[in-house]
Unconditional design. Structure first.
Length: 46
């Protein structure tokens, strides 16, 4: 597990997270995890 610090606040008078920003961060974390798993699998085959 990795801690990720990102500004997720929406630019509005109310303090709310931006669903678009949150979705982008989640997808980026997932992509990085997939890349790490793939490289670990390839390394273990060598």
């Amino acid at each position: 597990m990795k801690i990720v610090r990102v500004d997720l606040l929406d630019e509005s008078p109310k303090v709310r997270h931006s669903p678009e920003k949150l979705a982008r961060v989640i997808m980026a974390c997932n992509e990085q995890a997939c890349i790490r798993r793939a490289s670990t699998a390839v390394t273990s085959l060598v």
